[in-house]
Ligand binder design. Structure first.
Ligand code: NDP
Length: 329
């Protein structure tokens, strides 16, 4: 059936300025790391993208290696774009990344100019795009000079293959050096993508301070700790969940009694607030307005609806913040 975007899609989403750039991102963004590769149902992937865009999620986050197999999430997204979303290309912010292993040999990994330039060309081809809106270096490379990696990002913008550039997983000191190089080159870094959730707080306070000082926005990945910070695992491990899928990123042995006890207490607090735990977890990441957007994953459209529903209740009293700190201790 021919897709028609929902005409009310911009009514309930909030768009937030990314650092001191001109770019605005939705408070909730959708990542295609899981559930968009060739091992999942294409029709479900398509439904997820439609559902997200219909609810005002304009930002889709990919990387060269998302799948499995690597590259297939970009290919499937390219198919969905060309079949359904082409008329709305100018309403979309599409991101890709390179930095992890993508192809064999010395030029398919890390942060050389050779790798980044070739990888973005491949990503554009897989998605059928002329440019991506954001291109990230996916992780710091301890061996390649930062000047070379940042020079490659600058080049790709000048070639028109990316509009903005970002960094992911860079610790504060390395990020600061990279921002300064990019600033000198005339291609400012607009965004940093770190892992950040109630269970993963390494960005506090140094990285978030650094981003604020440099006017760089941020998008928090895995804000639900891969599903742990939801009601998904309160009564065992459902068969259709990430923890049951064999994913190395959320294994059953990570669901310890101690963790699940914290999840139960957080869930009780979320219920007192009249929302789901997943919604409270996302609202908590967005508190204080230092994070531009939360970057969720989803296997079901109801999960996207939950995330967007969070926006109706995202303020915390100081008692609630203190209560959360006690649970997390
Ligand atoms: P989340 O922490 O949001 O976890 C998503 C998973 O949580 C879903 O797949 C689903 O699990 C479960 N879930 C989501 N909403 C609900 C809900 N309302 N109720 C119950 N369960 C729910 O994020 P991800 O770990 O998936 O990462 C999100 C994105 O971040 C990625 O797609 C990618 O774009 C980016 N990322 C970036 C990285 C980087 O290095 N830069 C690394 C990792 C991710 P289930 O499948 O079990 O239903």
């Amino acid at each position: 059936m021919l897709y028609q975007a929902d005409s009310s899609r911009y009514q309930n989403m909030e768009y937030r300025r990314c650092g001191r750039s001109g770019l605005k991102l939705p408070a909730v963004s959708l990542g295609l790391w899981h559930n968009f590769g060739d091992t999942t149902l294409y029709d479900n992937a398509r439904k997820l993208i439609h559902c997200a865009f219909d609810r005002g999620i304009t930002h889709f986050d990919l990387a060269n290696n998302y799948g499995p197999p690597p590259g297939s999430a970009e290919e499937n997204f390219g198919r969905i774009l060309s079949a359904d979303l082409k008329p709305w290309r100018d309403e979309l912010i599409i991101a890709s990344k390179a930095g992890y292993t993508m192809w064999p040999g010395p030029y398919g990994d890390w942060g050389s100019k050779k790798y980044l330039v070739a990888s973005l060309d491949q990503s554009l081809q897989r998605m059928g795009l002329e440019y991506v809106d954001i291109f990230y270096h996916h992780r710091p490379d301890p061996d390649t000079p930062l000047e070379e990696t940042m020079g490659a990002l600058d080049l790709l913008v000048r070639q028109g293959k990316a509009l903005y550039v970002g960094l992911s997983n860079y610790p504060a000191d390395r990020a600061r050096q990279a921002f300064e190089i990019l600033h000198r080159l005339g291609t400012p870094c607009v965004i940093h993508q770190p892992k950040y959730s109630l269970f993963e707080r390494w960005v506090e306070p140094e990285l978030l301070d650094t981003l604020e000082d440099h006017g760089v926005g941020s998008i928090a990945f895995s804000p639900l700790a891969g599903g742990l910070l939801t009601d998904r695992y309160l009564h065992g491990i459902p068969q259709d969940s990430r923890a049951a899928s064999g994913s190395q990123f959320l294994q059953p042995d990570q669901l310890t009694d101690a963790k699940l006890e914290k999840v139960r207490q957080l869930n009780a607090l979320a219920q007192q607030r009249g929302q789901k735990l997943s919604q409270m977890a996302l609202a908590w990441v967005l508190r204080g307005d230092r994070v531009t957007s939360v970057l969720i994953g989803a296997s079901k459209t109801s999960q996207i609806e939950d995330a967007v529903g969070m926006l109706a209740n995202r303020t915390f009293s100081s008692d609630e913040i203190a209560h959360i700190e006690r649970i997390l201790m």
